[in-house]
Design a protein around this ligand. Structure first.
Ligand code: F6R
Length: 242
């Protein structure tokens, strides 16, 4: 694991976007794994700026998002599809055919999960997977459990996750209780992983991810076993690993 501690969220976003940009420049046909949530918003803003300034080109980039809420239509303004459109896709020259996000409204969830995995495989696998981390150590929506969930699957969200995500909804009752998420194996198959964490509330989780026991009870701890992981944290999130 390479750990980079930067001053603040602004620096974190700059550093992360530079790493993604260099991946895109080195391989303009890169397959990127993307995340939603608060943490990558600044990174996406930087990528939009670099695209506007012709530093990076999305025309041949393919993307796969980590997850989507179950039961939400992609046009619902709480869906992760909507989030990605509003924070990245509609501002860059990506081909909409190259955007992949699980369909939260799929009639046959099993089939949706299997075909998502197939699509990733057919694309040649994920070159660079961007991750955030939940306070409970989840990556994607792989919640603490007794076993690592392997591939893309339907997840029951933890109470802690529902509570944390309720900040985006009118009320906690509106937060979906399930999601479709890439599994730990899907994530671990990515050639490179870039995990971002910001803020004091993530400090203990970051410490446990880096130095703790590798256990499904803290899903992100599995990243200790991946050969190419970069973690960027701001001083607050990195306060316990300094
Ligand atoms: C998002 C995702 C989640 C978030 C995590 C952190 O697609 O899969 O694992 O990365 O919940 O969220 P924030 O960045 O809002 O703290």
């Amino acid at each position: 694991m390479e750990i980079i501690i930067v001053k603040d969220y602004k620096e974190l976003s700059k550093k992360a976007s530079n790493i993604i940009a260099s991946q895109m420049i080195l391989n303009p046909r890169s397959v990127l794994g993307l995340a939603t949530g608060s943490t990558p918003i600044g990174t996406y803003k930087e990528l939009v700026r670099m695209n506007k300034e012709d530093i990076i080109d999305f025309s041949n980039i393919m993307t796969f998002n980590l997850d989507e809420y179950h039961g939400l239509d992609k046009y619902n303004n709480q869906s992760y599809f909507y989030f990605m459109e509003n924070n990245l896709f509609s501002y860059v020259n990506i081909d909409s055919q190259n955007i992949n996000i699980p369909d939260g409204k799929a009639e046959n969830i099993d089939h949706e999960c299997k075909s998502y995995e197939e699509k990733i495989k057919n694309a040649g696998g994920i070159d660079l997977q961007l991750l955030g981390i939940g306070r409970n150590g989840h990556i994607g929506f792989n919640e603490p459990d007794v076993k690592f969930e392997a591939f893309t699957h339907l997840v029951e969200l933890d109470e802690d996750t529902i509570k944390a995500n309720s900040r985006f909804f009118d009320s906690i009752e509106d937060v979906p209780t399930k999601a479709i998420s890439m599994g730990i194996k899907t994530i671990m198959h990515s050639k490179k992983i870039l995990l971002l964490a910001s803020g004091e509330e993530k400090a203990k989780t970051v410490y446990d991810m880096v130095y703790g026991k590798i256990t499904p009870e803290l899903p992100a701890s599995v990243l200790q076993l991946h050969p190419d992981v970069t973690i960027i944290v701001d001083e607050a999130a990195g306060s316990m690993i300094k």
